[in-house]
Structure formats: C-alpha cells, structure tokens
Design a protein around this ligand. Structure first.
Ligand code: FAD
Length: 346
C-alpha cells in the first residue's frame, strides 16, 4: 500500500487503495478510463502541495501525474506560446522561462507542485495569477471520454478558483497547459507592495525578470513558503484559507467589529478582499499558535498551517476549525479552505 503522506507536502494522508504513476499522456488517459470503467473513485495527484488527505487514505485509484514535455511556439506580436505537460515541475518551468527572458510567470516563482495543477485553483502570488497568461488548457473530459482544448474564456477563472475546481470538480484531467509569454527581459508590472520594496521599484514599474524571480524567492523563503526540508514551517499546503471577498456592507460590519481600520484590496464588482491573515491574527491566533501541538500555525506566516512532525489530518483540521470558528465569532466572516480536502470536511 502506498502511503499518501509520502506524496503530500504536509506529510499527511493514509494509504491509497490503488496507486498508479503515469509518465506518458496515453498512460494517464488509460489509467483514468480504466478506473472510471471500474467505477473506482479517482484522485489525480501532482506535487500534493494543495491536498489535505484523510488519515484513512483514499478508497480508490490515486493517479500520480508524472508526464513530461515543454514546447515553445512563436505567437502573434512576437510573443511565445509555452505548452507544458501536466507533470512538469512548476518551478522548473518558471526558472526555464525566466532564464530564456520570457516574461509573465516570474511572480509565480517558488510555488510548489506541477504545471497541471496551476489552472485548478488559478495559482497566484505577488499580484499575478496564471489566468493572465494561460491561453488554453488541454484536458481529458471524463464525462465524454474525449480530449479537448478549453480556451482561457471557458476556464471560469476567478480568485483561487476555476471551472476545474468549482463548477465541475473532477470532470477534467489536465493534460497540458499553454501560457502566452512576452519576449522581454523586463517583468510584468510589479503589483505587490512588499515585492516593490524588495526590488526598490515603484508599484506598477517593471524590473528584470530574473530580479523579480530572486526577489519573490527571497520573500517566500522568509515566510516559509518555499519547500525546504530544513524548514519545518514549509511543511504545509501553503495558505490554508483564501482571502474572503466581501461586499462593502459586509466589510463595514467587519470594520465595526474590529473598531479600527481593516486592510482591504479592490476585488472588482464593488467588492473588497480582506487578508485572511489579518483576520486570523486579530481574532487571537498569532504565528506559532497551537504549539507545542503537532499541528500549528507556522512561526513565519499566519495563513500556513503546518505539520510540525507527527501530526494527523484530524489534528490539523481541528486546528483549522478552531481558527475558522474564532474568526467567525470575532468578525462574522466564515473563512474557506484553499486546499482540496480529500475524504474530510472542515
Ligand atoms: C509552501 C507552499 C507554498 C504555496 N504557495 C502558493 C502560492 O503562492 N499561490 C498558490 O496559488 N498556491 C500556493 N500553494 C499551493 C500549491 O502549491 C498550488 O496550488 C499548486 O498548484 C498545487 O500543485 P500540485 O501539483 O501540488 O497539486 P496537488 O496538490 O497534487 O493537487 C491539487 C488539486 O489539483 C488536482 N490536480 C492535480 N493535477 C491535476 C491534473 N493534471 N488534472 C486535474 N486535476 C489535477 C488534484 O486532484 C487536487 O484537487 C503553496 C503550497 C505550499 C506547500
């Protein structure tokens, strides 16, 4: 039996009933088809960096996506289309395009996992998200048993979500993703205050793509947000909660409960995004909360829940519930989990 704890960055999760690793696209499709034909539940597994798996494990077929391949093609306006197989390591892809002076992915440096998972939750960081540069996602559709190409407009991208995560979870197997990048040694505009100050540029300015990558990696390391076996604070699933998007009326209620200014960012459509980390801290859950328990808040980043060694998924979720309930009691806002929960609920 394969223990899923060995395949998740949290180091949590019980055994898979069946575990299949696939390194070719045809094998990936065959494995999904066979499991579907047998009526077996399927869990697609990339780097396991956004998964919280039950201590009991998974009662079906876990398909570990290890397909490889990166293709480059000239696109309109001197841009370049980079098509990446689902199983490619994400940060290797970012490092390669940055080294090739292609702009568009540099702010997404250091995010763990595989390329095929990036459209699932519309991966984003430091002011940018993959939806800005994805032109198409090639999928195997489990409903029709056909492959097809879904253009960006069909992917239902929104903040940390997509068609693949929200509207039709589990229907599509991502086979490859195409990103349209600019042939430019200068980055996308810097849209994140902390990154701008790290780079010594103004908000909205551009910097060298390599400088942005290094700046992002430095900030991420300070927060325990790059995988590092020597840093127990990186044994997480990244941010455990998404930043709540509120109407102005809801925001006013939060500000009244806080009896002071609450940070906010424009989220479009007359709504605002409030940092979940701020709400958690101001509800009384600071960095390191939960210690000496084995599941606790990272000592570097309030949004990351970590397995400090010897934790269980049940213990991690108990902590997550305590935090969610505490924030709700303090501010009337219910935080939503960001990772995919497998066999468990919050
Ligand atoms: C230290 C740390 C920092 C992080 N920082 C960020 C960040 O800054 N921004 C951010 O957005 N995320 C962040 N994350 C979360 C995570 O890295 C991303 O969501 C990543 O894209 C997940 O990739 P993965 O291959 O590990 O996916 P997995 O965890 O293996 O899977 C995640 C989900 O995608 C599904 N899936 C995986 N591959 C496929 C496929 N080929 N087809 C269909 N479904 C698939 C899985 O079934 C599951 O539902 C962080 C995580 C960690 C541990």
């Amino acid at each position: 039996m394969t223990d899923l704890a060995d395949y998740t960055t949290l180091g949590l999760g019980g055994p898979a009933k069946t575990f299949v690793a696939v390194s070719a696209e045809a094998g990936l499709i065959d494995a999904v088809r066979a499991a579907d034909a047998a009526g077996e539940p399927v869990l697609l597994l990339g780097g396991g960096s956004n998964l919280v798996v039950a201590d009991d494990g998974f009662p079906g077929t876990v398909i570990f996506v290890a397909t490889r391949g990166v293709g480059y093609a000239a696109a309109a306006g001197g841009q370049v289309d980079v098509t990446v197989a689902a199983g490619e390591d994400w940060d290797d892809v970012v490092a390669a395009v940055v080294a090739g002076e292609l702009a568009g992915l540099e702010c997404l440096s250091g995010i763990p996992g595989r390329a095929g998972a990036t459209p699932i939750q519309n991966v984003g960081a430091y002011g940018h998200e993959v939806a800005e540069v994805i032109t198409a996602v090639r999928v195997y559709d489990r409903l029709t048993a056909q492959t097809r190409v879904i253009p960006n407009e069909g992917c239902g991208f929104s903040y940390r979500s997509s068609l693949f995560k929200a509207a039709e979870p589990g229907r599509y197997v991502v086979l490859a993703v195409t990103f349209r990048l600019a042939r430019d040694s200068r980055s996308m505009p810097v849209e994140y205050t902390e990154l701008a100050s790290e780079l010594g540029v103004q908000m909205g300015e551009r910097a060298g793509v390599s400088d942005v990558r290094s700046g992002v990696l430095k900030i991420r390391a300070r927060k325990g947000m790059v995988l590092n076996p020597g840093d127990p604070d990186s044994r997480s699933a990244g941010s455990f909660f998404t930043n709540p998007v509120l109407s102005l009326e809801q925001y006013a209620q939060v500000a009244a409960a806080a009896a002071g200014p609450v940070p906010r960012f424009d989220a479009g459509d007359g709504r605002v995004k409030v940092p979940a980390a701020w709400l958690i801290e101001h509800a009384g859950f600071g960095k390191g909360y939960g210690a000496p328990g084995r599941a606790r808040i990272s000592s570097k980043h309030t949004l990351a829940l970590i397995n400090a060694g010897g934790a269980t998924t049940a213990g991690l979720l108990a902590l997550a519930r305590e935090i969610r309930d505490g924030v709700r009691a303090a501010f009337g806002v219910t935080l939503e989990p960001e990772p995919t929960l497998v066999g468990v609920t919050l």
